[in-house]
Design a binder for this molecule. Structure first.
Ligand SMILES: Nc1ncnc2c1ncn2[C@@H]1O[C@H](COP(=O)(O)OP(=O)(O)O)[C@@H](O)[C@H]1O
Ligand SMILES: [Mg+2]
Length: 480
């Protein structure tokens, strides 16, 4: 972060300095990271204490300062130097906006959509890094905590901020856009993620379109030509509109000749007004093609050459975990770990990828529940159960293992396909799913593990691979 004195932080956040240091301690400077996990507090940083579901950050204030933090942002008195504020997210927002305003050379891009924000953000950041120093969130740091914490990592050297914007309701994206006003806005798709909370797809579109509305007249809205609800956002922005889409669309940035290798990695010809270039992604699944096009369209707007874009896309790796990770075991069983989150669109995308990988062999889908679908939850699970066993092209799915709370509707959907010869089972939890698989998996089989974050099925994939995944240390990472 840019160095700021505690006195300045108090001024910007409307907070009060508290603490036990000598009178001039307001001159003490924060120059390290701003964190909300005390275990991540380091030299010269600022620890923002928030009350979580299981613990209250204020209890770790002293530990954070002992670990080197200059002070604590708190809402109640703590026994260490602190800036006392009424509301921590609001204080972080004010601080982040102050930092953004102090860094006019940093160009800000926001990425939103129902599915693919993190994947696209990671691709886009790997392109802008070729242009200059880039700050992008780790994982899905995309909400009222993660967004300002990411922005606060910027300093005078930063040239690009590539930010992921999430919403669980109207006004959320508008709020994030006020914290770091984007000049470039990418909208990927409007789908069913959190549709229950929003109250339907039109409301999701209203919310995601707040990004288009926030763009300035000299900004650029980068819209998915393949999603009518996204394309309609062109009418809601004063910015210039640039589109991405399929070869047969009239989009500016397109993909032609899309094909997948045996591990589901897409190759395509990237078509732009400047010419075309071949691209082979290291990411798995055809759904990463629009994500790559969105990243390419953004990088192109920022001035990256076609060759560098194509080269960057070919070199880009998956930076965030549990999204379509494909591992092949020594015994020839392939495991697709896509257990980060799930909504109807992303489950279909994952099933399509499974069907591709399992061509000529047996595919198993271990599906947990899709959270936060509201009133359409039951029907959505039934539809997914049906889709899983009928597949995009009558795939060779050998088994559907439905786990946990929505297992019954998943199975009911699968049973609609009376011609399906495979086996559908409901199990209560991941351990039971592993038991079922242990008796069935043979060399050559492909297993997809997919569910919402709350189902915690990533452990099933880890167990299948018999690898010890280090525990993640991403407090309040949003599942959006
Ligand atoms: N364009 C897309 N369409 C459908 N599913 C997608 C798309 N991009 C990614 N996914 C899938 O959605 C899930 C979440 O991906 P992620 O990039 O983390 O998106 P988000 O940040 O929007 O939640 C993963 O399972 C991923 O494979
Ligand atoms: Mg995300």
């Amino acid at each position: 972060m840019i160095p700021l004195s505690l006195a300045r932080i108090a001024q910007v956040t409307g907070g009060q300095l508290r603490g036990t240091l000598p009178p001039l301690w307001g001159d003490a400077v924060v120059s390290g990271e701003v964190v909300i996990d005390s275990r991540l507090a380091g030299a010269g940083g600022l620890f923002a204490a928030v009350a979580g579901e299981r613990s209250d950050g204020h209890d770790f204030a002293a530990a954070a300062v002992a670990a080197g933090a200059t002070a604590v942002l708190a809402t109640r008195p703590v026994p260490v130097p602190s800036v006392l504020v009424a509301d921590v997210p609001a204080a972080l927002a004010a601080l982040a906006r102050f930092v953004v305003d102090a860094l006019p050379a940093a160009r800000i891009a926001g990425i939103t959509g129902s599915s693919g924000k993190t994947s696209t953000k990671d691709l886009a950041a790997q392109l802008t890094e070729r242009l200059g120093p880039t700050i992008a969130p780790a994982g899905s740091y995309n909400n009222e905590f993660g967004h300002p914490l990411t922005v606060l990592r910027a300093d005078a050297s930063t040239r690009y901020l590539v930010l992921e914007l999430s919403a669980r309701g109207l006004g959320h994206i508008a709020h994030l856009c006020r914290i770091a006003p984007p000049r470039y806005g990418v909208v990927l798709n409007v789908g069913h993620a959190h549709a229950g909370e929003f109250g339907g797809l039109d409301q999701v579109a209203r919310a995601k379109g707040e990004l288009a509305e926030a763009l300035p007249v000299d900004g650029t809205a980068i819209l998915n030509a393949g999603d009518p609800r996204v394309l309609a956002m062109a009418a809601r922005t004063q910015a210039r509109v640039v589109t991405f889409g399929a070869e047969d669309s009239d989009a500016c940035v397109r993909a032609a000749h899309v094909r997948l290798d045996d591990l589901g990695r897409p190759s395509f010809t990237l078509l732009t007004p400047e010419g075309s270039a071949p691209v082979t992604l290291r990411l798995h699944g055809a759904h990463n093609v629009p994500n790559a096009l969105a990243a390419a369209a953004l990088a192109r707007e920022l001035g990256l050459s076609l060759d560098a874009i194509a080269d960057g896309l070919c070199a880009a790796v998956a930076r965030s975990r549990w999204r379509m990770e494909v591992h092949r075991r020594a015994d020839g069983v392939t495991v697709i770990n896509d257990a980060y989150n799930a909504n109807p669109e992303s489950v279909r995308a994952a099933i399509d990828a499974l069907a591709h990988l399992a061509q000529g062999s047996r595919g198993f889908a271990v599906l947990g529940h899709m959270a936060e679908l509201g009133g359409s939850s039951r029907a959505s699970h039934e539809d997914i159960g049906e889709y899983a066993v009928s597949g995009p092209s009558g795939s060779g799915l050998a088994g559907l293992i439905a786990v946990g709370e929505e297992a019954a509707p998943l199975l009911a959907g699968a049973r609609r396909v009376s011609s399906w010869p495979g086996e559908a089972l409901a199990v209560p939890d991941g351990a039971a799913a592993l038991d079922v698989l242990a008796n069935r998996l043979e060399p050559g089989d492909v297993v997809l593990v997919k569910a919402s974050r709350a189902a915690r099925l990533e452990g099933v994939a880890a167990e299948l691979l018999s690898i010890n995944q280090p525990s993640v240390n991403q407090p309040r990472e949003a599942d959006r």
